[in-house]
Design a protein around this ligand. Structure first.
Ligand SMILES: [Zn+2]
Length: 292
């Protein structure tokens, strides 16, 4: 069954948790290209996907967050976009089998249209190349995540919609202003996100990263004030990262995150997962609230 059909049955679906911090825990060093691990450390990457499936996830992401030509070029791997993204999706599909969903992850390019870093065509083509490769590798969803610029996100959603048959999800990263409103780094509000991403053709809209679980409740309410129907996806960090003795620490325990899930559901969320610092234990604890 298509994920949108499942959501229509009023099911709350469970996504997975962090990949980046998990790869580091598995020995990836700073300066290494995470996506190259899809070739050089296939078993470790597969192990991450499998641990989230065992934790109960309905949707497994892929190790391809930085898999655009723009990011891979920084490692001299700009000519391996198709290979690395296809491998990423194939690994997650191998773990997920036929019944679970594979969401091909696409992160920001690091290029700003506003600054003239790239043209719209270059961005669109870059997103198209990545999305098509993820679908070829076995993704049935494309998830464009951690976005803060509306123009970049718009092109990414359009590129995925126009060139794949995948369900397309988009999440942006917000922080709370001193006034208590939510804005991305580029000043986008949740309301603006909903309007523009629906125009781009997104099937699922939400927020990931930046915040712990509590602030996500306010973000869901802001999204729901604009649109009551579109499926909402939330992936909170295990708290705001804190730097302690040179290490990045995420303080929210699985129990702490789980304690906010009912409130998040009441606010109108449809898919829940985790971002930085979350582990299979966090996903398991959230799943327990969902009756898994
Ligand atoms: Zn994150």
């Amino acid at each position: 069954m298509n994920i949108l059909e499942k959501l229509k049955q009023n099911k709350i679906l469970l996504c997975d948790g962090a990949w980046g911090t998990f790869l580091q825990a598995k020995g990836m060093k700073p300066g290494e290209c995470p996506e190259l691990w899809n070739i050089t450390h296939e078993d470790e990457v597969l192990g991450i996907a499998e641990s989230y499936l065992q934790a109960g996830s309905d949707i497994i992401e892929t190790n391809s967050f930085g898999g655009s030509i723009f990011k891979l070029s920084q490692y001299g791997l700009g000519d391996r976009v198709i290979e690395l993204n296809k491998a990423a999706a194939a690994i997650s599909r191998k773990a997920a089998g036929k019944d679970k969903h594979v969401a091909g992850s696409i992160g920001p390019t690091g290029k700003m249209l506003l600054m003239g870093d790239v043209t719209e065509d270059e961005l669109y083509n870059g997103f198209r190349e990545q999305a098509v490769a993820l679908e070829k590798g076995g993704a049935d969803i494309i998830i464009i995540e951690t976005m803060s610029a509306v123009d970049e996100a718009f092109l990414a959603v359009r590129a995925a919609r126009e060139n794949t048959k995948c369900t397309v999800a988009i999440t942006m990263t917000f922080t709370k202003t001193p006034k208590g409103e939510y804005r991305t780094m580029m000043g986008v509000s949740p309301e603006e996100m909903v309007t523009s991403m629906k125009n781009a053709g997104a099937h699922i809209i939400g927020s990931n990263c930046g915040n712990g679980i509590e602030d996500m409740i306010g973000i869901v309410k802001a999204i729901r004030a604009t649109d009551k129907i579109i499926p909402v996806l939330i992936q909170a960090n295990a708290g705001v990262p804190e730097l302690i003795d040179g290490d990045t620490v995420f303080r929210e325990s699985p129990e702490m995150m789980a304690s906010f899930i009912l409130e998040l559901i009441k606010a109108g969320v449809n898919i829940i997962g985790g971002c930085c610092g979350t582990t299979p234990e966090h996903i398991k604890a959230i799943g327990k609230v969902l009756g898994r």
